[in-house]
Write a protein that binds this ligand. Structure first.
Ligand code: NAG
Ligand code: NAG
Ligand code: NAG
Ligand code: NAG
Length: 430
């Protein structure tokens, strides 16, 4: 009987696409657990795992889509080639947190995205969303916002659907249509009343995270802007390695409990793209040597969109070609193994064990030396090891360097917007 109940409970949970019950420990205070989408806790874990090689190739392909999307955000004159790949690429951001929406609360596992402002949640009646939606009819606190609501002016391309404020936008290779709405959203133990978000009514393409997106950017209508008095535009995360068996990291909202011993670099503002977290990357060291990178490859330039961002949604760090080539050449020189092979977009792979040099990102005021586990990926069988970075596509839109989530694993990254700084400290994210 007990087993039956356990089975039923498990069935129920897996059907409603919640966290694996073994992982469903409570979030406390203002700290949420962060799960990798492939973690054993995640309902989005593929039921039939891909081979390691296929998985890496797919991840790189998704990154490519995201990179084009991020570039399309920053580049003034858009000449971004739309991504027309044969198969559709599922390109959701990599880390999820649990949010409870409405009264009584309905649980959603939302993807964290530091490069977007808005939050969107799939709602009942949505065309193209997966089965798990927020049922607005069951929430006593839910409201759609009218066309004349002041927040309606803050979304891109708003229009009036009847009297409701509706908006369309693109995300990655997808497009969405949503009703601007509000409801209570509870993050860890903090209820946030009248939180404004997009209630998804239609999506096309497969880039949209299944249970919604939580934008952690700093622009208008972002979580930071809406919780100004509660969280003071401050948060940090520690992203767990997706290969570690203890799968959860944390997202800590607000100034309380943030690390005191942490190195900082200034956050830069790009007026064209106020939501992105730009920093000043001034050089890259491989071992002890600072590699020779043309200054233009690292320069911050708000009018072209060029510069370096921290992003939680890209997996492997991408550097513009001249920067990447300089780093890779020095890395290869130091590894001293002649037979370099490639794997898809990774061009520095080895089929014998290697001793890798360290890589240090030198930001204004802060050097971050990556632990080995953030630098190399190893195939499951251990037969191939690659430098886990790649060159950005070499075209006119290629102006962004993206410090991606694999390179941020097991670090605490603190976004301190009021003081315009980003901090990094070593931490085991378990
Ligand atoms: C969204 O707005 C449309 C009208 O534009 C309305 O028909 C629909 O019911 C709304 N959906 C929700 C979930 O409020
Ligand atoms: C937004 O998308 C919806 C659904 O695809 C479509 O019916 C509507 O015409 C679009 N509105 C605008 C302003 O593009
Ligand atoms: C280099 O590696 C490739 C791929 O593993 C292998 O086929 C080839 O024999 C190697 N060549 C040498 C000279 O070791
Ligand atoms: C970063 O490393 C470089 C080169 O090793 C050094 O000159 C610089 O002072 C370091 N910066 C900080 C902030 O420690």
């Amino acid at each position: 009987m007990k087993t039956l109940i356990v089975c039923l409970v498990f069935l129920f949970i897996s059907q409603t696409q919640g966290l694996n019950p073994k992982c469903n420990t409570q979030d406390h205070g203002s700290t949420l657990q962060v799960f990798h989408i492939y973690s054993p806790c995640s309902p989005f874990k593929p039921s039939k795992p891909l081979s390691w090689e296929d998985d890496m190739l797919l991840t790189l392909a998704k990154d490519q889509v995201r990179l084009q999307y991020l570039s399309s955000l920053v580049v003034a004159k858009k000449s971004v080639v739309p991504v027309a790949s044969g198969r559709q690429i599922l390109q959701s951001p990599t880390y999820i947190v649990m949010a409870r929406i409405g009264t009584p609360p309905q649980t959603m596992l939302m993807a964290m995205d530091t490069s977007n402002d808005a939050a969107w949640i799939p709602c009942n009646g949505c065309h193209g969303c997966s089965s798990k939606v927020f049922n607005t009819a069951k929430s006593s606190t839910f409201k759609t916002l009218g066309c004349h609501a002041p927040q309606c002016k803050q979304v891109q391309n708003p229009s009036c659907g009847g009297s409701a404020c509706v908006f369309n936008m693109t995300y990655g290779s997808s497009s969405i249509a949503a009703n601007l709405s509000r409801d209570t959203i509870t993050l860890a133990a903090d209820p946030i009343p009248s939180y404004v978000f997009g209630c998804l009514q239609k999506i096309t393409g497969r880039s949209v995270p299944q249970q919604g997106l939580m934008g952690l950017g700093r622009g208008r209508l972002s979580l930071l802007s809406q919780t100004q008095s509660l969280y003071k535009s401050t948060f940090s995360y520690c992203l767990p390695s997706f290969r570690s068996p203890k799968f959860s990291g944390s997202l800590r909202l607000g100034p309380t409990g943030q690390p005191l011993r942490i190195k900082y670099t200034p956050l830069l503002k790009n007026p064209r793209r106020p939501s992105l977290y730009f920093v000043k990357l001034i050089g890259i060291r491989v071992g002890r040597r600072i590699v020779d990178i043309p200054p233009k490859a690292l320069a911050f330039n708000p009018s072209t969109g060029a510069g370096t961002i921290f992003d939680s949604g890209t997996v492997f760090t991408r550097l513009v070609k001249p920067a990447y080539v300089a780093v890779r050449n020095e890395f290869r020189r130091r590894v001293k193994v002649a037979n370099v092979t490639s794997l898809g977009g990774f061009d520095t792979c080895y089929t014998v064990p290697i001793v890798a040099p360290t890589i240090t990102f030198m930001f204004a005021g802060m050097n971050v030396t990556l632990p080995q586990e953030n630098l190399l990926i190893h195939s499951t069988a251990g037969s191939i090891t690659c430098l886990a970075m790649a060159s950005a596509p070499d075209n006119v839109n290629s102006v962004l360097n993206v410090i991606a989530n694999m390179q941020q694993q097991n670090l605490r990254v603190l976004f301190d917007v009021p003081n315009s700084r980003l901090g990094v400290a070593r931490e085991r994210c378990t």
